[in-house]
Design a protein around this ligand. Structure first.
Ligand code: SAM
Length: 267
């Protein structure tokens, strides 16, 4: 099988139905999967590999391109602590469900007694790991069970107005989630040097790293204004609604993926 972007679109993306979730465009999931496919071209993946994916999320956005890249003889063990809602539907429609073993577990304690994987990946998921202590624990587990680790995450850098629009809207999420649910999620992106430092604190050794520009629109920072309007604390609500209105003015003109940092590490 020859793997390139055109084949990925033809073999996989074309089989996944469009979504009807305004104000997101119908092809938002396809665009995000294409972004993950482009990131994964920097990962040391070969056909037939046994890959662990941490924080796969409800939409299998990285899982699908990963399952494509490992080929018919490869396997992806996809773990997530909680979000599974569309996973079966999306991986089945992509025709890749049989290459994936989903597991509902906390990646701070992975249920594998020894090195069981060629590669462990975590893409656009560092942001969901609550705090640096959790990040170090999860990275240490990834090193314990896998030969190599590949981490990729958006960087807090903008090179144009559309990237800046993404960051403005995205940076409201941490505070909005905390005000609504008493717990942070979608933490502010970390600089690449900090990510490397955390991997080293987890016992890892950096093998290679880089920065890449996805050159794709990015709609997922969007958070409905109605959510913000539900914040109970009156002052916080007013402050965040004002920030939301300003961020939305820029976001609606177009938002783009900021640069993404990637790291290959070993132990
Ligand atoms: C931003 S989301 C999905 C990212 C996805 N890989 C992508 O490419 O879009 C991150 C996921 O990490 C999961 N997560 C957070 N903490 C976790 C933990 N301790 N163990 C396993 N999964 C965790 C969340 O439930 C969430 O689904």
């Amino acid at each position: 099988m020859f793997i390139n972007e055109e084949n990925f679109k033809k073999d996989v993306l074309s089989k996944i139905p469009l979504r009807n979730e305004p104000p997101l465009p119908e092809d938002w999931l396809h665009i995000e999967m294409l972004e993950r496919f482009r990131i994964l071209r920097f990962a040391p993946i070969r056909e037939g590999m046994n890959v662990l994916e941490v924080g796969c999320g409800a939409h299998a956005i990285t899982t699908v391109p990963l399952a494509y890249l490992v080929g018919e003889t490869g396997r992806v063990v996809a773990v997530d602590i909680s979000r599974w809602h569309f996973f079966e539907e999306i991986t089945s429609s992509a025709g890749l469900r049989h290459r994936i073993i989903p597991l509902k577990v906390d990646a701070r304690e992975l249920p594998f007694p020894f090195k069981s994987f060629d590669l462990a990946v975590l893409i656009h998921g560092v942001r969901s790991l609550k705090n640096e202590e959790t990040m170090i624990k999860v990275f240490a587990e990834m090193f314990r069970v896998s030969e190599k680790v590949f981490i990729a995450e958006t960087l807090p850098i903008s090179k144009n107005q559309a990237q800046e629009a993404h960051l403005r809207m995205y940076n409201l999420r941490e505070e909005i989630f905390e005000a609504l649910f008493g717990e942070k999620d979608d933490l502010h992106y970390l600089p690449l040097e900090r990510l490397k430092g955390l991997l080293e604190e987890a016992g890892g050794r950096i093998i290679e790293s880089g920065v890449f520009e996805p050159n794709l629109p990015h709609y997922l920072a969007y958070i409905p204004r109605d959510y913000v309007a539900q914040i109970a604390d009156k002052r916080k609500r007013a402050e965040l609604l004002e920030k939301w209105d300003k961020a939305y003015e820029k976001w609606k003109k177009g938002a783009e993926h900021p640069p993404v940092g990637w790291i290959i590490a070993g132990k």
